[in-house]
Design a protein around this ligand. Structure first.
Ligand SMILES: Cc1ncc(COP(=O)(O)O)c(C=O)c1O
Length: 442
């Protein structure tokens, strides 16, 4: 039941990644947010178990971020980013480099994760061409990967539903398998011990088939988030890095979800001890207060573009009207400072074991087929209802929201949790307590 002051006409807005008809028959509206909570249109406090969409890492409405954005809006709303610029965007780039792996120190700003992925893929293709190695035109992704919704992203992505409408546009890419193996690794705490050999597929199957000299880049999410929290087996990412090194292939980490403390470190690259050639990030970069994404590159990539282009020429023909938008830059600078001042990455690492224990306490409840977790991310996979994929998890999501005041997220029959890093033990108890009660009631 909507609060009368929030009655809205839902007819005109075509909602993204939403069952529009189902939603509009019974809308769920959020109207305010602070810290760990949303307020729903009927005045309930909703515990945010998903940091919005894996993005509000510092909690909602952080006063320093709010203030920085408001100040910037009043001071200068917009400045052109082509052949002109403004101070805040340079400050944002330096602050981002400060927390990036060593040697990754050149930043291209975009507006979101999808643009970040497409930008990184373009940089990879152009980089090889600029070096005089134009044969490298192929891109490799993984099955069940989610890399946003740009044409590049869906091409290297591995979600059949996203790919099938756009098939003819997706030439020159191939995929290795994803490393989820419930039969061997169900209910693993942290990284699975088994499955590193799945990374050998890159060399043994794809490179053998295509000729390594044609591959420009391999892109992976360190943890595959959106398709159900798939955690890399121990040693798996190291193997991918070694194969890419052996054949001169660029390795891109899509850290749109794993960046900014989600695993208790600045990036997944730090957590897993594997440094890629490019990192795509977005979401937590600005705490989602203003849209922004970035591609962080090794200096060598940037230098190649600078060294090879004629003097005074634009070295890379790419950019968006809103690349490095002043409001986004101000939000990024403030957000990165908040992470540092409040030691939120360390905080996430500190509470992760408690979160892990709570997540695994769901083992044994009806329909729970697997629980997997790392840092402040957890996936709970359920046995689905025959002929109705996703329906079981959706029912849990609805009951959690409507009856328990807890926001979760579903993908297929998997529940995904990724709370803000400011989460307290009492919130963890509430989140998993709600899930326990709802699962037990099914
Ligand atoms: C790994 C990954 N890459 C890219 C994206 C796309 O980001 P955006 O929705 O900001 O375009 C997402 C979104 O969830 C993501 O999880």
């Amino acid at each position: 039941m909507s609060h009368p002051s929030y009655q809205v006409n839902t007819e005109h807005f075509w909602m993204p990644f939403t069952a529009n008809r189902q939603f509009k028959a019974k809308p769920r509206l959020l109207v305010a947010a602070k810290g760990m909570h949303y307020t729903s249109d009927d005045g309930r406090q909703i515990l945010d178990g998903t940091a919005g969409l894996w993005c509000v890492n510092a909690g909602h409405g952080h006063p320093k971020i709010v203030e920085a954005v408001a100040r910037q809006a009043a001071e200068m709303d917009y400045a052109p980013g082509f052949q002109m610029s403004h101070p805040k965007v340079f400050e944002a780039a330096s602050a981002l480099v400060d927390i990036a792996p060593k040697g990754m120190n050149r930043v291209f700003f975009v507006n979101d994760g999808s643009e970040g992925v497409d930008t990184a893929l373009k940089i990879a293709l152009a980089y090889h061409r600029v070096r005089g190695d134009a044969l490298r035109y192929r891109l490799v992704g993984r099955e069940r990967a989610y890399h946003g919704v740009g044409f590049g992203g869906i091409a290297v992505g591995g979600i059949a539903g996203s790919r099938k409408h756009f098939g003819p546009s997706l030439a020159g890419v191939d995929h290795i398998r994803h490393p989820l193996d419930i039969a061997r690794n169900a209910f693993t705490r942290g990284m699975p011990q088994q499955g590193a050999e799945l990374a050998d597929e890159l060399e043994q199957r794809l490179l053998a088939m295509h000729d390594p000299a044609t591959i420009a880049a391999v892109i992976v999410e360190p943890i595959q988030g959106s398709t159900g929290v798939i955690i890399p087996p121990q040693g798996y990412l190291q193997k991918l890095r070694a194969t890419c090194d052996k054949y001169g292939i660029l390795l891109i980490f899509d850290e749109v979800i794993t960046g900014f403390g989600r695993l208790g470190s600045a990036f997944g690259a730090h957590y897993f001890g594997v440094v890629p050639d490019m990192i795509v990030c977005a979401k937590g970069l600005t705490n989602a207060a203003v849209p922004m994404g970035a591609v962080i590159c090794k200096q060598e990539i940037y230098d190649t573009f600078m060294d090879k282009a004629p003097e005074n020429a634009i070295e890379f023909q790419h950019g968006y009207t809103y690349s490095g938008h002043p409001l986004a830059s101000a939000a990024a600078v403030a957000t990165l400072q908040v992470y540092k001042d409040e030691q939120l990455f360390e905080r996430a690492a500190g509470i992760a074991p408690y979160f892990e224990d709570a997540a695994h306490s769901l083992k044994g409840l009806p329909f729970v087929k697997d629980v997997r977790n790392l840092g402040l991310v957890c996936g709970v996979e359920l046995d689905g209802i025959a002929g109705k994929p996703g329906a079981r998890a959706y029912e849990v999501f609805l009951k959690c929201f409507e009856e328990k005041g807890v926001l979760t997220r579903t993908t297929g029959d998997i529940l995904a949790l990724s709370p803000p890093l400011i989460i307290e033990k009492s919130h963890v108890d509430q989140l998993f307590g709600a899930l326990k009660e709802v699962l037990s009631s099914l």
